[in-house]
Design a binder for this molecule. Structure first.
Ligand code: TYC
Length: 103
């Protein structure tokens, strides 16, 4: 190898791929006691849904047992779940929401 030659080292290290942070689903569960209008009010206040979207999501949970409300980052999902359930608890309703990681 002369002085001008550039020694090309085989690349042995590869950059570790950074995993994208997992997304979380906020799930709304049906119950027999929380009034429909209260559920819609929560969906509007906490999740910024329109009346129509809130009504549709509420009715999906009412008919099928549960409904996905939103998919977002873990901390946002958990904060919204707490906010919504705190509202319900204060009003004396057993409304249930959870934040679950997406597969
Ligand atoms: N099932 C309730 C009722 O008939 C309404 C309701 C809908 C409650 C959706 C919770 O996630 C829910 N009053």
């Amino acid at each position: 190898m002369s002085d001008n030659d550039v020694a090309l080292k085989p690349k042995t290290k590869s950059k570790p791929k950074l995993d994208r942070p997992k997304l979380y689903k906020v799930i709304l569960f049906n119950d027999d006691y929380t009034p429909r209008e209260f559920v819609v009010m929560i969906l509007k206040a906490v999740f910024h849904m329109s009346e129509e979207t809130g009504y549709r999501v509420m009715m999906t949970a009412h008919k099928l047992g549960s409904s996905v409300v939103v998919v977002c980052a873990k901390d946002i999902a958990e904060t919204k779940v707490k906010e919504a359930m705190d509202y319900a608890k204060d009003a004396g309703f057993p409304l249930m929401l959870t934040a679950e990681p997406e597969e």
